[in-house]
Design a protein around this ligand. Structure first.
Ligand code: NDP
Length: 459
């Protein structure tokens, strides 16, 4: 380690300026604050980062596009949504990050997600910049025709700002294979070109095998790596999974592959607890429920009456899902779904492995509890990086105009997750915080972007 340069009250000074400049964006403040606490350690050892104001530049998006998305619903009524694309950082490659369609979407939420993406994409070892986008559109209860017309209107504007060498969006909450297909079709129609402008495409038109599975599979690979540092594996462990969308479904699948026992799934209505375990047949039923019939998770107990359904009231400070006895937890729904009280309940009920499939699912006080308790806690930007990593592999295949086999992509995903884990573990140790994957992920992700930004000058 080199000598330390005193920074005074760096984090507080930095945060008060950030909050003043970006009012009303609490998720963005939260995400930056967490990273600032780690980055301070890196800045203390590298005055060049301080002088070049690298972190001050990283929190300022390179570009933000906000646009009107007008469309006509099935009843003939005109609807207007707001579309946004945050192009956060291109130091390492084209902007890359998902699109979220959810009624809660606003600029501050997408800035938090784009900011997290900077570090996550850096960790993947691939040449990926960072971005995030979406709209305050709620696909729930909308017909396929309505979703298609919305996606077409959204892409009619977005196509001016994206491209295979510029900005390559993918899916996120509310944006799965159906939406990516409609978005791709409209891009191709307007631009008259067939390129890899989006990832998560269908297999027939440039999609990669394992992309749908990648985030969930990768999160479980990361958890398995964390367990191995204590000479353990996930086999036979009871696992709590939240959400029942893309990430949750493939987390359950990979847990089953590794001999673990997933016992819960949820959606915004509540959660199901299946003490006997969610096996492959039950998972196939859930996939059809969610991806085909687009139903609610409470229907699980009609099909499997031995399981229990508990509704969840989002106004409560805790969610009983996180009190289910288990050894491992995989939050895979949304941000801030684990409150401080929930974190305490998880620890009390025996959980000592937490791998975040969702982005920032744990509030800062919850993260503190996990770190203090010295459990194996893998923050989202490291644990769920498998999704964007396989998006990067999809871009490579599109450039080569070839499709790799399932085994090839899965092997590369596994190799990348092992490398991310090792990078986080080793960096945490280097900075005097062994076992702290929060510092490890933030500092390792930051250093690569910071070095690239230094080399590229003041841009
Ligand atoms: P999906 O839309 O496929 O599924 C989201 C799931 O989370 C649904 O079960 C949904 O329930 C639930 N959920 C969403 N919002 C809320 C909320 N406010 N309260 C309670 N439950 C909620 O999304 P994904 O599985 O793709 O994404 C899940 C998480 O993983 C997100 O945080 C996303 O950013 C992150 N992620 C996703 C990646 C990907 O490749 N898809 C990559 C990396 C991270 P309901 O249907 O009732 O809304």
């Amino acid at each position: 380690m080199q000598r330390e340069y005193p920074l005074g009250d760096y984090v507080n000074r930095f945060m008060s300026q950030l909050v003043a400049k970006n009012p009303g964006e609490p998720e963005f403040h939260q995400a930056v604050h967490e990273v600032a606490e780690s980055v301070e350690l890196a800045l203390q050892h590298n005055p060049r980062y301080v002088d070049a104001k690298i972190f001050e530049r990283i929190v300022e998006p390179e570009r933000v596009v906000v646009f009107r998305v007008p469309w006509v619903d099935d009843a003939g009524e005109v609807q207007i949504n707001r579309g946004i694309r945050v192009e956060m950082n291109s130091a390492l490659g084209p902007y890359k990050g998902g699109l979220r369609f959810h009624p809660t979407v606003y600029l501050g939420m997408l800035k938090f997600l784009a900011f997290e993406q900077v570090f996550k994409n850096s960790l993947t070892t691939l040449p990926l910049g960072a971005g995030k986008g979406g709209a305050d559109f709620d696909p729930k209860g909308r017909s396929d025709g309505e979703v298609m017309r919305f996606c077409q209107s959204f892409m009619t504007e977005l196509q001016r700002h994206v491209g295979q060498f510029t900005d390559v969006p993918a899916g996120d909450i509310g944006v799965g294979g159906r939406e990516i297909g409609y978005l791709f079709g409209q891009y191709k129609r307007i631009r008259n070109e067939f390129t890899g402008v989006l990832t998560g495409k269908g297999l027939a038109f440039g999609g990669s095998l394992i992309r749908p599975e990648a985030t969930g599979f990768g999160t479980v690979y990361f958890a398995e790596e964390m367990a191995s540092t204590r000479g353990e594996s996930l086999a036979d462990k009871e696992c709590i999974v939240s959400g029942s969308g893309n990430v949750a479904q493939y987390t359950v699948e990979k847990l089953l592959d590794l001999g673990a026992k997933p016992v819960t799934l949820s959606d915004s209505g509540g959660f199901i607890y299946d003490k006997e375990g969610i096996d492959r047949e039950k998972l196939a039923w859930v996939m059809d429920l969610k991806n085909g019939r687009r139903g609610r998770i409470m229907e699980y107990v009609e099909q499997y009456p031995h399981a229990e359904f508990s509704p969840v009231d989002p106004r409560h400070a805790h969610n009983p899902l996180w009190s289910v006895p288990a050894q491992a937890a995989f939050p895979s729904a949304t941000q801030n779904e684990i409150s401080a009280e929930d974190a305490g309940n998880l620890l009390a009920s025996g959980v000592y492995i937490v791998a975040e499939g969702a982005n920032m699912p744990t509030v800062p006080e919850g993260v503190e509890r996990f770190v203090e308790a010295r459990i194996l806690y893998g923050p989202g930007k490291a644990a769920n990086a498998g999704g964007v990593a396989v998006s990067g592999l999809e871009m490579s295949q599109n450039s080569e105009r070839r499709s790799w086999t399932r085994e090839t992509v899965d092997r590369r995903l596994h190799t990348i997750m092992v490398a991310i884990h090792e990078n986080c573990r080793a960096t945490a140790e280097e900075y005097g915080a062994p076992g702290n994957y929060v510092h490890g992920a933030n500092i390792a992700g930051f250093r690569k972007v910071a070095d690239a930004m230094l080399a590229q000058g003041i841009v």
